[in-house]
Design a protein. Structure first.
Length: 208
């Protein structure tokens, strides 16, 4: 999390994560709620993979040992031998698990907890806040696209049908459009002027 360890090595026969992948870093700790011999997984942070390269351990350097958290090059070589994947990464998020709490208050489910022992049994980790923001942005983008499509579709209707559709939309949204409707009726027989008033009505409904 402090950025001291920025590299690790993985046996060559194992599959290395691709460059750009985000990987959760976790550790296990005893959990009294699960029993004396049980442990729980705790999320520490996330890292992003920045480089993956194949290397023979005999080619490792003192800098490699330092980057991987070893006290010496000899210590690194004592743990690894032969071809390996050398994976470099950077910490990107300090994140704790978001699990749905088991506690129920006033008949409603409680909030979130980072303690698996306090979470609902079998409850998977909730979407983290960053991912939730991404999902929300995507949903907003879809709403904008749908709104634009509705505007284009309404614009293909005749004036009377446009007035009917927009009036119903105003009713649903609780928007007062009486002055705009009066202006449209006032220009009956003048389609150009009515279209101008329709544009004002659409703008007031956020469809301009």
């Amino acid at each position: 999390m402090r950025g001291r360890k920025v590299q690790m090595r993985l046996a060559r026969h194992r599959k290395a994560p691709p460059v750009g992948a985000t990987v959760p870093i976790s550790y296990r700790r005893p959990c009294e709620a699960l029993g004396r011999t049980r442990s729980e997984t705790v999320r520490l942070c996330w890292v992003r993979v920045t480089q993956v390269a194949e290397q023979n351990t005999s080619e490792a350097t003192a800098q490699d040992a330092y980057d991987e958290g070893y006290r010496s090059l000899e210590e690194l070589r004592d743990e690894h031998s032969g071809p390996v994947w050398v994976i470099r990464f950077e910490a990107i998020v300090t994140e704790t698990p978001r699990l749905l709490a088991r506690e129920v208050i006033a008949g409603r489910q409680g909030g979130y907890t980072e303690e698996p022992g306090s979470a609902m049994h079998g409850e998977p980790e909730a979407v983290d806040e960053i991912s939730q923001d991404i999902l929300t942005d995507r949903a907003n983008e879809r709403d904008v696209r749908r709104a634009r499509k509705r505007v284009a579709t309404v614009g293909l209707l005749g004036i009377d049908d446009q007035v009917r559709v927009l009036t119903e939309l105003a009713r649903v949204r609780h928007v007062d459009v009486r002055s705009e409707l009066r202006a449209i009726r006032r220009w009956v027989g003048n389609p150009s002027a009515q279209r101008t008033q329709l544009e004002n009505l659409r703008a007031k409904l956020g469809m301009g």
